[in-house]
Design a protein around this ligand. Structure first.
Ligand SMILES: C[C@H](O)[C@H](O)[C@H]1CNC2=NC(N)=NC(=O)C2=N1
Length: 112
């Protein structure tokens, strides 16, 4: 199995294959702190990160913005005092692509 955090995002266009449930559960083993959620029928990955204040939470969000730009794949982020909720899904396919699992793993690595 390849290490998700070391992969790069591949082009994800309308019609690209979604990750099926069996594959999603296999990939989730590499990102065990993430939850599989469904919003308006769209499967997504979500994790909440805790910080000591708003400034450190915002700094993390900005770091994540930088890697999102570098990979051309962008998360949902809710920045609050002491926490950031990150959500990954692929807008173009209204669901989960392998890219979302790659980016979730890279998000975790920001805190190594
Ligand atoms: C043109 C551009 O690459 C696309 O619109 C990208 C940008 N970032 C994206 N991010 C996410 N999460 N899903 C997408 O479908 C997506 N599309």
């Amino acid at each position: 199995m390849t290490t998700l955090s070391q992969d790069s995002c591949e082009a994800c266009r309308i019609g690209a294959p979604k990750v099926d449930d069996a594959k999603a559960h296999e990939l989730l083993q590499q990102i065990p702190d993430w939850s599989l959620i469904e919003v308006d029928g769209i499967k997504q990955l979500q994790r909440q990160y805790k910080f000591k204040n708003f400034v450190t939470a915002m700094a993390f969000a900005n770091q994540l913005a930088d890697i999102a730009e570098a990979e051309g794949h962008h998360p949902g982020m809710l920045v609050e005092w002491g926490k950031v909720t990150v959500t990954w899904w692929s807008h173009s396919i209204k669901g989960l692509h392998r890219n979302d699992f790659v980016m979730a793993a890279k998000t975790d690595r920001l805190l190594d």
